[in-house]
Design a protein around this ligand. Sequence first.
Ligand code: DC
Length: 208
Amino acid sequence: MRKPVVAIDGPAGSGKGTIARLLADRLGFAYLDTGILYRAVAYINVGDRNLSTLSISDLLSIPESDLRTDEISAKASEIAKLPNIREILTKLQREFVANPGEGSEGSVLDGRDIATVVVPGADYKIFVTADLEVRAKRRFDALKQANPQITYDEIYQSLAARDEQDRTRKIAPLVFTDDYVLIDTTNDSIEESLEKVARVVEKGKFSK
Ligand code: DC
């Protein structure tokens, strides 16, 4: 029998990654940030490589600081439209869910299509969102120290473009459906939002 899965989807900058990581720690579950896989594929320019030879550990071995740039964000969203790339990354994510590791009681995955495509039978489906202005402000505050040139407007525009692209692509778009529990982080801190998500999960105690 497969171990329990918590699927967390939502747009960029909503806080879903932080919430997912902290929730996984709290539950003793393995955590997979699926956006990192798309970023890694964008970074290594898979064009001239055989996609099917890639493993999760290859993709996770690239330093995160190389992947969390604005350029790679845009490129990841672009290559995420391609069916052959989605197919191989979906397969890798399903393998992770099937085998999250000896010491893990289950897994938490965050992305755009986890509950809709990757693991439609997930035990918990959480959709984390926030108003675009708030997401852009959070991103700006996080990046401005390392990159004093960056402006709020630039970040706002790039998040808006990525939202549009991720929500309107033909395959596995980011879409809110009725079976998600909606967590809006616009007016709450990430810690407060984490508590809300944890309450949803702990209340159910994986009884499904
Ligand atoms: O979560 P993130 O911002 O790191 O993701 C980067 C891009 O990867 C995102 O704009 C769209 C793509 N992505 C996806 O299509 N499906 C996922 N499950 C995760 C990310």
